[in-house]
Design a protein around this ligand. Structure first.
Ligand SMILES: Cc1cc2nc3c(=O)[nH]c(=O)nc-3n(C[C@H](O)[C@H](O)[C@H](O)COP(=O)(O)OP(=O)(O)OC[C@H]3O[C@@H](n4cnc5c(N)ncnc54)[C@H](O)[C@@H]3O)c2cc1C
Length: 127
Protein backbone atom coordinates (compact mmCIF):
# COMPACT_ATOMS: atom_id res chain seq x y z
CA UNK A 1 0.00 0.00 0.00
CA UNK A 2 1.63 3.33 -1.01
CA UNK A 3 2.19 5.93 1.69
CA UNK A 4 2.60 9.54 0.53
CA UNK A 5 4.95 11.54 2.78
CA UNK A 6 6.67 14.85 1.97
CA UNK A 7 5.96 14.46 -1.75
CA UNK A 8 7.57 11.02 -1.93
CA UNK A 9 5.70 7.76 -2.36
CA UNK A 10 6.99 5.04 -0.06
CA UNK A 11 5.92 1.49 -0.71
CA UNK A 12 4.70 -0.34 2.39
CA UNK A 13 5.26 -4.07 2.63
CA UNK A 14 2.23 -6.03 3.76
CA UNK A 15 2.85 -9.47 5.26
CA UNK A 16 -0.15 -11.73 5.63
CA UNK A 17 0.12 -14.63 8.07
CA UNK A 18 -2.46 -17.40 7.65
CA UNK A 19 -3.58 -19.36 10.71
CA UNK A 20 -3.37 -18.55 14.40
CA UNK A 21 -1.75 -21.80 15.55
CA UNK A 22 1.88 -22.43 16.49
CA UNK A 23 3.27 -21.58 13.03
CA UNK A 24 1.18 -18.45 12.53
CA UNK A 25 1.52 -16.98 16.02
CA UNK A 26 5.26 -17.61 16.30
CA UNK A 27 5.87 -16.27 12.76
CA UNK A 28 3.92 -13.09 13.58
CA UNK A 29 5.73 -12.68 16.92
CA UNK A 30 9.13 -12.98 15.20
CA UNK A 31 8.03 -10.49 12.54
CA UNK A 32 6.84 -8.00 15.18
CA UNK A 33 10.23 -8.26 16.87
CA UNK A 34 12.18 -7.97 13.61
CA UNK A 35 10.15 -4.98 12.39
CA UNK A 36 10.52 -3.08 15.66
CA UNK A 37 9.58 0.58 15.14
CA UNK A 38 9.63 0.49 11.32
CA UNK A 39 6.42 1.82 9.82
CA UNK A 40 6.99 0.63 6.23
CA UNK A 41 6.00 -2.96 7.05
CA UNK A 42 2.60 -4.09 8.29
CA UNK A 43 1.68 -7.55 9.54
CA UNK A 44 -1.82 -8.99 9.45
CA UNK A 45 -2.95 -12.45 10.56
CA UNK A 46 -6.11 -14.26 9.46
CA UNK A 47 -7.48 -17.13 11.51
CA UNK A 48 -10.89 -18.65 12.03
CA UNK A 49 -10.58 -18.35 15.81
CA UNK A 50 -9.57 -15.30 17.85
CA UNK A 51 -7.50 -17.45 20.21
CA UNK A 52 -4.42 -19.67 20.24
CA UNK A 53 -4.61 -23.16 21.78
CA UNK A 54 -1.51 -24.64 23.42
CA UNK A 55 -2.22 -28.17 22.16
CA UNK A 56 0.59 -29.99 24.07
CA UNK A 57 -1.32 -29.23 27.32
CA UNK A 58 -4.62 -30.71 26.10
CA UNK A 59 -3.97 -34.17 27.68
CA UNK A 60 -3.76 -32.38 31.08
CA UNK A 61 -7.19 -30.86 30.38
CA UNK A 62 -8.61 -34.33 29.70
CA UNK A 63 -7.04 -35.68 32.90
CA UNK A 64 -8.51 -32.74 34.84
CA UNK A 65 -5.22 -31.40 36.21
CA UNK A 66 -5.74 -28.02 34.45
CA UNK A 67 -8.78 -26.21 33.04
CA UNK A 68 -9.46 -25.70 29.31
CA UNK A 69 -8.97 -21.94 29.61
CA UNK A 70 -5.40 -22.52 30.87
CA UNK A 71 -4.48 -23.68 27.35
CA UNK A 72 -6.11 -20.80 25.48
CA UNK A 73 -4.73 -17.28 24.87
CA UNK A 74 -6.43 -14.46 22.92
CA UNK A 75 -4.50 -13.68 19.72
CA UNK A 76 -4.74 -9.95 20.42
CA UNK A 77 -2.89 -10.42 23.70
CA UNK A 78 -0.11 -12.45 22.07
CA UNK A 79 0.27 -10.14 19.08
CA UNK A 80 0.06 -6.50 20.06
CA UNK A 81 1.28 -5.04 16.74
CA UNK A 82 -0.39 -7.47 14.32
CA UNK A 83 -3.74 -6.70 12.71
CA UNK A 84 -5.96 -9.70 13.56
CA UNK A 85 -8.79 -10.76 11.23
CA UNK A 86 -11.04 -13.57 12.47
CA UNK A 87 -12.32 -15.18 9.30
CA UNK A 88 -12.51 -18.49 7.44
CA UNK A 89 -9.89 -18.61 4.67
CA UNK A 90 -11.52 -19.84 1.46
CA UNK A 91 -8.79 -19.53 -1.17
CA UNK A 92 -5.14 -18.59 -1.53
CA UNK A 93 -3.81 -17.28 -4.84
CA UNK A 94 -0.02 -17.27 -4.38
CA UNK A 95 0.68 -15.86 -7.85
CA UNK A 96 -1.57 -12.83 -7.39
CA UNK A 97 -0.83 -12.68 -3.62
CA UNK A 98 -4.54 -12.56 -2.86
CA UNK A 99 -6.32 -14.43 -0.05
CA UNK A 100 -10.11 -14.65 -0.07
CA UNK A 101 -12.01 -15.19 3.16
CA UNK A 102 -15.54 -15.22 4.49
CA UNK A 103 -16.87 -11.78 5.39
CA UNK A 104 -19.03 -12.67 8.33
CA UNK A 105 -16.93 -11.41 11.20
CA UNK A 106 -17.47 -8.91 14.01
CA UNK A 107 -15.25 -6.30 12.32
CA UNK A 108 -17.27 -6.49 9.08
CA UNK A 109 -20.52 -6.09 10.96
CA UNK A 110 -19.46 -3.19 13.18
CA UNK A 111 -17.19 -1.07 10.95
CA UNK A 112 -16.90 -0.36 7.20
CA UNK A 113 -14.42 -3.10 6.25
CA UNK A 114 -11.92 -2.09 3.54
CA UNK A 115 -11.15 -5.73 2.73
CA UNK A 116 -14.74 -6.58 1.88
CA UNK A 117 -15.18 -7.26 -1.84
CA UNK A 118 -18.73 -8.68 -1.89
CA UNK A 119 -21.53 -9.26 0.64
CA UNK A 120 -19.97 -12.59 1.60
CA UNK A 121 -16.26 -12.25 0.78
CA UNK A 122 -13.16 -10.29 1.82
CA UNK A 123 -9.90 -10.12 -0.14
CA UNK A 124 -6.46 -9.46 1.31
CA UNK A 125 -3.53 -8.46 -0.84
CA UNK A 126 -0.01 -9.18 0.37
CA UNK A 127 3.11 -7.69 -1.11
C1 LIG B 1 -3.16 -33.12 21.96
C2 LIG B 1 -1.95 -32.67 21.21
C3 LIG B 1 -0.71 -32.66 21.82
C4 LIG B 1 0.42 -32.24 21.12
N1 LIG B 1 1.65 -32.25 21.76
C5 LIG B 1 2.75 -31.84 21.10
C6 LIG B 1 4.01 -31.80 21.74
O1 LIG B 1 4.14 -32.13 22.91
N2 LIG B 1 5.08 -31.38 21.02
C7 LIG B 1 4.99 -30.99 19.72
O2 LIG B 1 5.99 -30.63 19.11
N3 LIG B 1 3.79 -31.00 19.09
C8 LIG B 1 2.68 -31.41 19.73
N4 LIG B 1 1.46 -31.44 19.10
C9 LIG B 1 1.40 -31.06 17.70
C10 LIG B 1 1.38 -29.54 17.55
O3 LIG B 1 0.36 -28.99 18.36
C11 LIG B 1 1.15 -29.24 16.07
O4 LIG B 1 2.24 -29.75 15.35
C12 LIG B 1 1.05 -27.75 15.83
O5 LIG B 1 -0.09 -27.25 16.46
C13 LIG B 1 0.97 -27.47 14.33
O6 LIG B 1 1.01 -26.07 14.22
P1 LIG B 1 0.37 -25.37 12.99
O7 LIG B 1 0.50 -23.88 13.20
O8 LIG B 1 0.94 -25.92 11.74
O9 LIG B 1 -1.15 -25.80 13.00
P2 LIG B 1 -2.25 -25.46 14.09
O10 LIG B 1 -1.64 -25.22 15.42
O11 LIG B 1 -3.28 -26.53 13.92
O12 LIG B 1 -2.82 -24.08 13.57
C14 LIG B 1 -3.60 -23.94 12.42
C15 LIG B 1 -4.33 -22.61 12.54
O13 LIG B 1 -4.96 -22.29 11.30
C16 LIG B 1 -6.31 -21.99 11.53
N5 LIG B 1 -7.05 -22.40 10.34
C17 LIG B 1 -7.05 -23.61 9.76
N6 LIG B 1 -7.81 -23.60 8.65
C18 LIG B 1 -8.30 -22.32 8.53
C19 LIG B 1 -9.16 -21.67 7.59
N7 LIG B 1 -9.67 -22.29 6.52
N8 LIG B 1 -9.46 -20.37 7.79
C20 LIG B 1 -8.95 -19.68 8.87
N9 LIG B 1 -8.10 -20.27 9.77
C21 LIG B 1 -7.80 -21.57 9.61
C22 LIG B 1 -6.71 -22.77 12.77
O14 LIG B 1 -7.83 -22.19 13.39
C23 LIG B 1 -5.44 -22.63 13.59
O15 LIG B 1 -5.44 -21.40 14.28
C24 LIG B 1 0.30 -31.85 19.77
C25 LIG B 1 -0.95 -31.83 19.15
C26 LIG B 1 -2.07 -32.23 19.86
C27 LIG B 1 -3.43 -32.20 19.17
Amino acid sequence: MPDIQEGMIRKRTRVLVLGGGFAGVYAAQHLEKAIGRRDDVEVALVSKENYFVFQPMLPEVISGSIGLTDTVSPLRRLLSRTEIHVREIESIDLERKVVTTSADCAACRSTPCLSRTSPTRCSYVAG
